[in-house]
Design a binder for this molecule. Structure first.
Ligand SMILES: *[C@@H]1O[C@H](CO)[C@@H](O)[C@H](O)[C@H]1NC(C)=O
Ligand SMILES: *[C@@H]1O[C@H](CO)[C@@H](O)[C@H](O)[C@H]1NC(C)=O
Length: 565
């Protein structure tokens, strides 16, 4: 019975294949071989279902970029006048011609796609591997990441119909591979240190960082925020769950001045969840919620748990969380994310599309913070480099704020794992041109040829990232990573936003044009330490901006003045 129907099917397929005239496919994207760490383990079974996404060429991103800077540059007359959902969508939406061309082609293939972004620039559909191979002249195969065992179905190249060139931007997942090590904080075993302690900071802060240490060190207010419309969002990926009982223990121990019942609101997308068994508690998710709820006192905080309905890495989640926020009339004004990967693992077009998503969210008035990575100049995790340093994604995207890490109290110095450097995908944005060029001229021949001297420099700012105390499954432990620094910095932005909103002003939105102008003198300049990797000492922290600690760590009182409070 089964054999018979397969034979019948085979003859039908043979007939169908003989039918249509050969299509005119042109190579659209390809990569030079299998990425480091992966091997091709087998061909993909023809019946395996692939969830594919198509990005249409977006409308007028150059004008959206201009609009973003108009509302983000403090000296601009439009500063703070963030765009509405409809205004952003008007810029982003693909032309009707592109929509029609792609949909007509999909329907000729018997496919109906769903639109998955508010502006209509992303479509999604499911097809068997055999169909995907035929539609895109691809060779979808199973690739295995040797060290982690993670498997993914990818192709090293794909083509699209000639008539769709200029309408179809990219297909995913195709040539961009998943990241088996989306960076996570590392549990630290604090080395005994003899630090000279600043008189205003408790001496225990020399060995372990708690909310009190950060409040004292950066002058962060302990009084509760007052504005319920001011919201802070925390990204959760790769089955990292935020535990509420641990948050309660954390607050009981470290925030005796506030109610230990203070908590976050859960939001879920893509089938995300947040199970509360102690053993489900994730180090990253607990860190990120404890250092937002525990620092951004009184700011309504949202943990957005992104499930894995559509992902085998976190890149689909990166896109989905932004599209989720973009679909709201009033998205959260701050988003912090402590995940990332090496820029070179992604296709330029996918990286660019995700970066454009941050442009959209920034234009809506959301400040976007990302941990810069934990591998110094060797990428998101320490590893081998080849002959060049490895910038991280999405820190190289100019429309978000990348946060590096520091350690120590007096002096506060760069944490050696703090990823930083220069993007190969995005050029230097105007807001940082002068500080980047002075840093590079100060380098002389140091690291010459290992970094891209015309790339966007990162991180933009930094905050404490070593021996940060958290509670996980009932136990207190210290963790290290730029993962600590991003939620800390995000909390400070949220507290500033609370005061701005209370004063009848706009929230800060896309921060960088402010940070590098009026804000530049509101940071503690970090001038020692470096971020070694790739058999070099990496870059050194220096007076002014540097690609280890950015502009430095926040001084709340000075930031308050700089934002006009
Ligand atoms: C710390 O200071 C003590 C007393 O001055 C000294 O004996 C010890 O060697 C120092 N430890 C380190 C790690 O420098
Ligand atoms: C260096 O950065 C520029 C600006 O983003 C880019 O156009 C160029 O391709 C990069 N060079 C390399 C070798 O990646």
């Amino acid at each position: 019975m089964v054999a018979l129907s397969i034979a019948l099917l085979a003859s039908l397929v043979a007939l169908a294949c003989a039918g249509p005239a050969p299509r005119n496919l042109v190579l659209h994207e390809s990569r030079d071989g299998v990425p480091e760490g992966f091997v091709k383990s087998s061909t993909a079974s023809p019946d395996t279902t692939l969830k594919l996404r198509i990005a249409l060429v977006q409308g007028d991103m150059a004008s959206l970029e201009k609009a973003l800077y108009d509302v983000s540059v403090p000296s601009s007359p439009l500063y703070g006048q963030h765009l509405s959902k409809q205004e952003v969508e008007e810029y982003v939406k693909p032309t009707q011609e592109s929509v029609d061309a792609v949909n007509q082609w999909l329907s000729s293939e018997g496919i109906t796609a769903n639109t998955i972004s508010p502006a209509g620039d992303w479509l999604q559909f499911s097809v068997p591997v055999s169909k995907a191979n035929e539609m895109f002249d691809a060779d979808f195969s199973v690739f295995t990441h040797t060290e982690s065992g993670q498997q993914a179905i990818r192709t090293l190249s794909y083509s699209i119909p000639k008539e769709l060139v200029g309408h179809l931007d990219l297909v995913h997942p195709t040539i961009t591979f998943p990241n088996p090590y989306s960076h996570l904080p590392v549990v630290s075993s604090p080395a005994p240190r003899n630090l000279t302690i600043d008189a205003s900071v408790p001496s225990s802060c020399g060995s372990t960082i708690t909310p009190t240490c950060l409040q004292d060190l950066y002058g962060i207010p302990t009084t509760a925020a007052t504005q319920s419309s001011n919201k802070l969002a925390v990204s959760g990926f790769i089955d990292q769950y935020a535990n509420k009982a641990d948050l309660k223990s954390f607050l009981t121990k470290y925030r005796t001045d506030i109610s230990s019942a203070t908590t976050f609101t859960l939001e879920t997308i893509d089938g995300g969840e947040n199970p509360q068994d102690g053993s489900d508690a994730g180090v990253e998710a607990n860190l990120d919620t404890q250092y937002t709820v525990g620092i951004a006192t009184g700011v309504p905080t949202y943990f957005i748990s992104v499930g894995d309905n559509y992902q085998d890495g976190d890149l689909e989640g990166f896109l989905d969380i932004v599209n989720y926020l973009l679909s709201m009339d009033q998205p959260q004004q701050v988003l912090t994310t402590s995940y990332g990967q090496n820029e070179n693992t992604m296709s330029r077009s996918l990286a660019n599309n995700l970066c454009n998503a941050y442009m959209q969210l920034g234009a809506r008035g959301t400040s976007i913070l990302f941990a810069s990575g934990d591998g110094g100049v060797s990428g998101s995790q320490s590893g081998s480099c080849g002959s060049k340093f490895v910038p991280t994604f999405p820190s190289g995207c100019p429309y978000l704020t990348s946060v590096g890490a520091t350690t120590g109290i007096n002096p506060e110095v760069a944490a050696s794992f703090s990823s930083g450097g220069f993007s190969n995908y995005w050029g230097v944005p105007s807001y940082q041109q002068s500080v980047v060029s002075s840093y590079i001229s100060g380098l002389g021949s140091t690291n010459k040829g290992k970094y891209n001297s015309s790339g966007r420099g990162f991180p933009d700012v930094s905050a404490q990232g070593e021996n940060v105390e958290i509670v996980v499954d009932g136990s207190t432990e210290g963790v290290d990573g730029t993962s600590c620094a991003s939620p800390i910095f995000a909390s400070i932005v949220s507290l500033l936003n609370d005061e701005l909103i209370a004063a009848g002003k706009s929230p800060l939105g896309f921060l960088n044009p402010f940070l590098y102008s009026d804000g530049a003198s509101a940071f503690n300049d970090i001038t020692s330490g470096d971020n070694p990797g790739c058999n070099t000492n990496g870059f050194s922290a220096k007076s002014g901006w540097d690609p280890v600690t950015g502009l430095g760590t926040p001084n709340y009182a000075k930031l308050r003045t700089a934002v006009g409070l």
